[in-house]
Design a binder for this molecule. Sequence first.
Ligand code: TGC
Ligand code: FAD
Length: 387
Amino acid sequence: MAESLDFYDLDSELSDEERMVRDTVRRFVDDEVLPIIAEHYQNGTFPEDLIPKIAELGLLGANLKGYGCAGMGQVAYGLICQELERGDSGLRSFASVQGSLCMYPIHAFGSEEQKQRWLPGMAAGEIIGCFGLTEPDFGSNPAGMITRAEALPGGGYRINGRKRWITNGNLAKVAIIWAKLDGEIHGFLVPTETSGFTAQKIEDKFSLRASVTSELILEDVEVGDDALLPGVKGLRGPLSCLTQARSGIAFGVIGAAMACYDCALSYAKDRVQFSRPIAGYQLVQNKLVYMLTEITKAQLLSLRLMRLKEQGKMTPPQVSLAKRNNCEHALAIARIARDILGGNGIMFEYPISRHMLNLETVSTYEGTHDIHTLILGQTITGIPAFE
Ligand code: TGC
Ligand code: FAD
């Protein structure tokens, strides 16, 4: 099994259960993801065959309790994200969307009937969900969304609108659609087989190629009263889901960074130029030390973030700081690793360019780097600078 960087002995801060979860997912990724993922990336396909195994390991909604979910702690959830993303960001995205963006809102804001109806099948990987917040004209500013729901006189709702960049869109049996009802944002559980609902796969991506990304079109989609998530209204609903997912992403990107570091270090030790292995040159060592330092800082930040979450003390700006920092440095690490491999760094044989291009998206979705800068700027100054 691949060993991973642990310069500050953070292993000793983990419980036996957390180590076991991490090692189990690590083995799964080594054995079943790494051998196939480059081909999926090349072909632009998501490895759907892995879904039953991912579910069997308890990785879907892993940190939720009851309804068939594994009920793990937040650190264990972070470690799952880390190990999945060591394989590919697309795999971690799949799990983030299913667990944090789809199962979490049903768990947190759904009725008992909705929880019973959807969650066990979602934990078992039989029902895949997607999360529709972003629209073609409203990305960073979801408050402006155009998608509308109207209450029907005989009961139920009619929904019209478009959602863009929706992970798992063409895999999903249920879409969580955020729409304005009487001017207020609400969440609706829309079965994707409903008449008027269409998902179109977005092709030709450079990034997250082993992940399904879709545009959702809703034309007079009619759903029952039981589609409305009753427990939340306003932007707080979707943003609460993003807080869950972003904390996992902060942990997840460390996995991609570790994969790049491991690959670059081993390559640098083997690759001889001029008179010795390139790892023996000061400039290359400087790059490796930057990687080591930033991975270690990201590990400390993420572990602390998830411990705060377990204690019920984590705040959204703390999540923003970790997501922003860890994505920024994971991307920088991937670019430097590509440089250390020289020409070989651009080849599919090595995972580096795949991670690098994935991380371009991860830095953008779930709040861009600069949106998190503005969230933190507002936190420390008290002055919002969004408009
Ligand atoms: P603002 O007035 O600040 O807040 C509105 C209400 O929301 C509450 N709130 C939060 N609640 C929970 N968690 C958070 N992080 C929250 N942030 C704010 C806030 O307290 C307020 O509540 P209430 O009850 O007082 O009404 O809202 P704003 O319109 O000014 O927007 C703020 C801004 C720009 C930060 C927000 O819109 C934002 O985060 N924009 C970024 C959009 C984004 O991240 N989109 C992600 C789409 S999903 C995705 O990318 C999935 S990729 C998944 C994958 O494949 O892994
Ligand atoms: P824009 O909001 O147009 O931003 C463009 C640039 O302008 C960015 O650099 C941004 O930082 C900057 N900017 C915007 N506002 C300001 C400001 N006030 N001040 C300074 N700079 C600003 N969404 C979902 O709802 N569900 C999903 O499952 C999902 N999955 C995704 C998967 C992929 C592969 C991708 C690429 C995206 C996904 N998204 C999803 C959408 C993602 O969350 C958005 O792309 C992201 O929020 C940014 O929105 P945008 O692309 O419209 O960019």
